[in-house]
Design a protein around this ligand. Sequence first.
Ligand code: FNR
Length: 380
Amino acid sequence: MTLDPGQVFQNAIYIAGAHDWPLTPAEWEERARAALEPAAFDYVAGGAGSEATMRENLAAFERARLRPRMLAGTAERDLSVELLGLRSPVPFLLAPVGTLSIVHPDADLAVARAAAATGVPMVLSGAASTTIEDVAAEGPLRWFQLYWFNDREVTASVVARAEAAGYGAVVVTVDTIVLGWRDRDLRHGFLPFLAGHGLAHFFSDPVFRARLEAPPDEDPLGAAAQALAVFPNLALTWPDLAWLRGQTRLPILVKGVVRGDDARLALEHGAAGIVVSNHGGRQLDGSVAALDALVEVRAAVGPEATVLMDSGVRRGTDVLKALALGADAVLVGRPFVYGLAVGGQAGVEAVIRQIAAEVDLAFVLSGLRTVGDVDRSLVA
Ligand code: FNR
């Protein structure tokens, strides 16, 4: 793999006597804050309401304590996972994050290149700053995250484009049928979409463009307003998933589930997998920590179902804790966005390499050779 084992990674830092990049999650966040406009930084760093859920996501990882096994022979390791046909050298992927052009001009392309360079797949956001096709041109390692619009023809068109461009799965996000109440963004009066960010899939879509009175380059605000009109979809119910199922041959994962009964409903209605997530605390403040929800969801769906999780993963040890509590893999969100803010593609790569190295050391020190060795007994 192109990712260094943990010992190699940290020995290189000790030998050099320095490291070129921020190291701790807090350092990355502070460097990103310094690099970004306050409104852009707050859009990324902020959550909904009092941000209680955002804090709770981190606290849940903090509470979970590992029970490592000793002398288990970990000289040879393989940390790779295969998820519905998608391989990653490590048990994490890059979460779908929209409007990345507020963070760096290279936006999703920088992330796609970092993904290609490290072999760690990305999930392209449905509210990306780069088109489905332009990201696909960077390599084959990816899934597509769908926002399910209130306009079925636009939704179907976007899904068809993702399938044609070679994406391996559709991750439909169900916790964002409308944007959450976000204090910081309301305070700034800042919504990236109205400034033209995150609308690449809309503006490049023939069905969406046919809805417009003037093309986006002639009337950007009118086109953005039309995109915002198509976005909220409060009428959706589980049986609608059958319609989406009929639009594509790709497996569908449902992202944003935090209850066992909802996870079962998703699978019953044709989902191939679940992403346990509260959107990084950006949607319903007061929701349970994603790590706690993971335990409930895994118990509800049984050992065979494909279950990923995100919201609060900051370190390699967090990845291991989530695996022990029932995840097949996790998604890393804000950390790679801070990497993008600090150093573009190289910054994203640095974050991936650090977390991968820390995961590897966590495996070594816990007596684990493969992801299959991880079980519930690893967490107290
Ligand atoms: C997101 N997230 C997100 N999710 C999604 O399905 N589609 C999207 O377009 C976005 N956009 C987005 C933008 C920004 C700035 C952030 C921070 C997050 C949610 C993301 O996929 C993931 O669920 C969270 O980032 C996980 O929380 P942490 O670990 O980043 O705190």
